[in-house]
Design a protein around this ligand. Structure first.
Ligand SMILES: [Zn+2]
Ligand SMILES: [Zn+2]
Length: 213
């Protein structure tokens, strides 16, 4: 297994290429921007891209999807509760004044407990709403892609439209219950572990709580 991080777009969003090197297949997680650059990266890696997994549909996580689908014809996986946000991508991007390629509609719906296979790798979908209503975490093989739920030393915003601080609090409790050695790949900033966050993240040690509106 190999994980490559690409920092994309004006929001410095982390896109991840998850590869099963033995099987020669890969999934792209949250291609947020710079889709053409991500296409080049897939070609350079010499793997067959088989899926795009989306943790949540905020504009900084979906703006690079279109060129990848154009070139590799791969299915997009998204939790249906984030479809309204997904469909407003262009509107949101223009409000921020950033370029945006409209992605096609998602092909596959994600639900809590779903198992995703990538070659010989197995990941489980953990429904983790709060930062966004259809946010999910992909957990397996000792790692977790947590999107904007949890960051090294912090958590995702809950003051956005459709965010819910109390829900994020419950989702964080589920994420914090993952094995402590789990390597955490967030939607922004450096990777961390559950153990490090349990010790030092004020939102997991009980010192701080998500903003509730
Ligand atoms: Zn977000
Ligand atoms: Zn984000």
């Amino acid at each position: 297994m190999n994980v490559t991080t690409f920092v994309t777009g004006p929001f410095q969003e982390n896109c991840y290429l998850l590869e099963d090197r033995v099987a020669g297949v890969a999934a792209m997680i949250d291609p947020g921007a710079d889709g053409r650059h991500l296409c080049d990266a897939v070609r350079r890696a010499g793997v067959r891209l088989t899926a795009i997994w989306i943790t949540h549909a905020h504009v900084d996580h979906i703006g690079g999807i279109a060129p990848l689908v154009d070139e590799f014809r791969v299915p997009i996986y998204l939790h249906p509760a984030d479809l309204p946000i997904y469909r407003r991508g262009r509107e949101t991007a223009s409000a921020f004044g950033i370029p945006f390629d409209d992605p096609p509609e998602p092909d596959r719906t994600l639900a809590d407990g779903d198992e995703l296979t990538l070659g010989g790798l197995r990941f489980r979908v953990l429904f983790a709403p709060g930062h966004a209503p259809g946010h999910v975490v992909f957990h397996g093989e000792g790692i977790a892609f947590v999107g904007d739920c949890l960051f090294a030393g912090s958590i995702g915003r809950t003051d956005l439209p459709l965010s819910d601080g109390a829900e994020l609090q419950r989702s964080l409790a589920r994420i914090a219950a993952l094995p402590e050695e789990t390597i955490v790949y967030p939607g922004h900033g450096p990777a961390t572990t559950i153990r490090a966050e349990l010790r030092t993240n004020p939102f997991l040690t009980g010192i701080a709580r998500p903003v509730t509106r």
